[in-house]
Design a protein around this ligand. Structure first.
Ligand SMILES: Cc1ncc(COP(=O)(O)O)c(C=O)c1O
Ligand SMILES: N[C@@H](CCOP(=O)(O)O)C(=O)O
Length: 430
């Protein structure tokens, strides 16, 4: 598989190089040179495959023979070794597709674990020491920490905005220690992401520290996420596969990028909705064509508190390459007040949800038309946002074992200002 750098199209790399580099020159994202297509006559056969085999098939369409199929299948089997995602039907034309049955209770487990297993496979040949620097607004951090925990030759450093992620999200990844170092930053997620990019710009760190990122900057994260869109489709009754609309709660826009890649492969999804919270850089851009990020504001859907979404250039590139019109992309932003109302509404439909999915549900409800079928993505387990969900619904959610086992553990994070020199010193002195 060949990929080009979106900021410097002369930089062409293989899949292995893209996974090991993370980001290209000038902080450019890598994007596939060839967008493969599954023949429509093969689609039914593919949808009938089991999740692991089908996911290997989908990934091999992109990766080609750089990783032999049987090796890729082993990687996928180790990565997706938890309960498959599940469709929960809410009424005759709306379902939630739950992606949070992995070890850290969020959709990020798919990408983070696939990246960890792929890197480990690629590094077998040269066993270089790697530092995986990652920014998180709550869920990526946990998924990455658990995916790389105790892995040989890998040090993980995770940056997160202090006081701006849920208490249980923090416990899930800031209590592990060993090869996982966590640093809270006095700033926003965008400040954390900016520090990661500055580190990539630092020639010394890149050369001497085997620097990589497990954010969705890394193409392996995105490709893994393509697989579950096929799973969603396969779990739907055939009559509901027609005119399918998928509403995606968006922060860094990696999940939407993966969905669009699934569509570009030939999965007949009619359209997507990009759903954001008050951090609405993309909805405003789609409305008035002006890219004007504002200061990030804190919301109850904290994992989406991002005003400079990293993957937007990839989204634009897919639309450009496929000659799709941007006007086919639904969009909208939802306030905290509306988010709470929709958590309550979902509860009245016998479904306990959380703020991120509730945002996607609200916009799906608004935009879906007669005879269409809608899915909104359930990106995290409601218990990760227990404080908000309990308060809104006046209940007391019980904690799944993954959270209960860490609830009382001691936080091990350092705290610093968003200052690259401070971060660099920490990286150099470890
Ligand atoms: C629970 C949850 N929902 C939605 C998102 C947004 O996903 P993306 O960054 O892929 O747009 C995130 C984090 O990014 C998240 O943690
Ligand atoms: N919402 C994310 C933010 C980072 O996004 P990523 O997909 O680029 O890793 C989080 O939960 O950390």
């Amino acid at each position: 598989m060949k990929l080009y750098n979106l900021k410097d199209t002369t930089e062409i790399v293989t899949f292995s190089q893209a996974v090991q580099l993370g980001l290209g020159n000038n902080q450019g994202l890598f994007f596939p040179k060839k967008l493969p297509i599954i023949k429509s006559s093969d689609l039914e056969k593919i949808l009938d495959m089991d999740f692991i085999y089908r996911s290997t098939f989908v990934l091999s369409m992109f990766i080609g023979n750089e990783i032999p199929f049987d090796e890729l299948e082993k990687i996928v089997r180790r990565s997706f070794s938890f309960s498959s995602p599940k469709i929960r039907t809410l009424n005759q034309n709306v379902s939630c597709f739950e992606l949070f049955h992995g070890p850290t209770l969020a959709f990020k487990d798919f990408g983070a674990r696939f990246m960890a297993q792929t890197l480990s496979y690629l590094n077998k040949k040269n066993s270089k020491r790697v530092t995986v620097l990652t920014a998180t607004s709550g869920d990526t951090g946990a998924a990455v920490a658990h995916a790389f925990y105790l892995m040989d030759n890998v040090k993980v450093v995770i940056l997160y905005p202090k006081g701006k992620i849920s208490a249980l999200q923090e416990k899930l990844f800031c209590t592990l220690g060993n090869n996982i170092q966590t640093i809270s930053i006095n700033g926003s997620f965008d400040d954390c992401q900016d520090l990661v990019k500055k580190a990539f710009n630092d020639k010394y760190l890149r050369k001497n520290y085997g620097l990589n990122s497990a954010n969705s900057i890394n193409i392996s994260r995105i490709l893994a996420q393509v697989c579950y869109y096929f799973e969603a489709f396969s779990q739907l009754p055939k009559k509901n596969r027609q005119k399918l609309i998928i509403s995606v709660p968006c922060g860094n826009f990696g999940n939407l990028t993966a969905g669009l890649l699934a569509k570009s492969l030939g999965l007949p999804i009619k359209s997507f909705i990009a759903a954001t919270n008050a951090n609405d850089t993309v909805p405003r851009f789609l409305l008035n064509k002006k890219w004007k990020p504002k200061k990030t504001v804190s919301t109850i859907s904290n994992a989406m508190d991002i005003s400079q979404p990293n993957n937007w250039p990839r989204v634009e590139e897919i639309f450009r390459r496929k000659k799709w019109s941007m006007t086919s992309l639904g969009f909208g932003s939802v306030s905290d007040i509306e988010t709470k109302k929709n958590i309550k509404e979902l509860y009245s439909l016998n479904y306990t949800s959380e703020p991120h999915a509730a945002i996607a549900y609200k916009l799906l409800k608004e935009k879906i038309r007669d005879h269409e079928y809608g899915i909104f993505l359930g990106t995290a387990h409601p218990a990760k946002f227990k404080t908000v969900v309990d308060e809104v619904l006046n209940i007391s959610l019980s904690l799944p074992k993954e959270l209960a086992s860490r609830e009382k553990s001691i936080l091990l994070s350092k705290n610093i200002n968003p200052d690259f020199i401070l971060l660099k010193n920490i990286l150099l002195n470890q």
